[in-house]
Design a protein around this ligand. Structure first.
Ligand SMILES: Nc1ncnc2c1ncn2[C@@H]1O[C@H](COP(=O)(O)OP(=O)(O)OP(=O)(O)O)[C@@H](O)[C@H]1O
Ligand SMILES: [Mg+2]
Length: 264
């Protein structure tokens, strides 16, 4: 087998997710970190790529700001392997930095070839079972490039008025922007679910009726999520028996079962 065939075969086995919704503060970074941590705990080799200059994911997982980051990869200053930092056993991170807008400008100026740099960089990696992009809520050329590098999408949603409208609008945006790239919707993830709130069950039923088997097990609202972040820990390190840790495990089972058997 040639090196190219080997790389191609390896990449086929890697599931590449974007965790994206244009709505801010809904739990994208929190879920990306916890899903990645849970998969890593199960023995999967996971790479979390942060494309948000708020850096919430890498602040939780890394003790300091790394020398090389996602901007260096997109602007082709360093090969992708040089910007990967180990955060935990089986869990690796490419961090963002405040210079992420330089990467967005670089793509804007250099066009098609620059949009594909991330995809080619990920294709060149071997040995990872899962790659997850943690997106910013804003749409930039980096969002576009990361979605083009992804094969699947996870969409966190809060159960609130107009949640369904928001998801449909987002899918329309994806259709407009990604008409030439196939993205599988792997899961719509109800997050911060609070059954003390009288309308929660109604909204959950409506979302399930609309999106059916795409709706994943829900993640309950749990103050231990922000608490764990304050201690720079994953929820499994902070309290593996917490309700959100239990919910994340169910979610990860759903994600694993949604793939082919020889994938993650
Ligand atoms: N299940 C949950 N229970 C309680 N709090 C949660 C839960 N999920 C996320 N949060 C909290 O909600 C806040 C926003 O979460 P997070 O930063 O993950 O959202 P985001 O979608 O990545 O935001 P942004 O759009 O700004 O990137 C954080 O304080 C986080 O700790
Ligand atoms: Mg975020």
């Amino acid at each position: 087998m040639t090196q190219a065939e080997l790389t191609n075969q390896n990449h086929k086995k890697t599931r590449v997710f974007s965790d994206w919704t244009p709505k801010g503060g809904i739990g994208k970074s929190s879920l990306a970190v916890q899903i990645a941590a849970c998969l890593a705990e199960m023995g999967k080799k996971v790479l979390l790529i942060e494309i948000d200059m708020q850096r919430n994911a890498s602040k939780t997982l890394l003790s300091e700001s790394p020398e090389y980051n996602i901007t260096h990869i997109i602007t082709e200053k360093v090969p992708i392997t040089q910007a990967i930092y180990q955060a935990r056993e089986n869990l690796f991170v490419i961090a963002a930095d405040r210079d992420l807008d330089q990467a967005a400008n670089h793509i804007l100026i250099n066009g098609r070839k620059a949009y594909d740099v991330l995809k080619r960089a990920i294709d060149s990696l071997t040995g990872y079972n899962v790659v997850i992009f943690d997106h910013s809520p804003n749409w930039t050329t980096v969002t576009n490039a990361a979605l083009r590098a992804s094969k699947e999408i996870l969409v966190p949603v809060e159960l609130e008025p107009y949640a369904i409208d928001g998801i449909i609008e987002m899918f329309e945006k994806l259709q407009d922007e990604m008409y030439d790239h196939e993205l599988t919707i792997t899961g719509i993830i109800p997050n911060k679910v609070d059954f003390r709130s009288p309308m929660t069950q109604t909204y959950l039923s409506q979302v399930t009726e609309e999106f059916k088997e795409k709706v994943t097990p829900y993640i309950r609202i749990d103050k231990q999520i922000p608490q764990s972040q304050a201690y720079k820990q994953t929820i499994f390190e902070f309290n593996s028996y917490s309700k959100s840790a239990k919910d994340i495990r169910k979610l990860v089972d759903f994600i694993i079962n949604s793939g082919d058997n020889d994938n993650a």
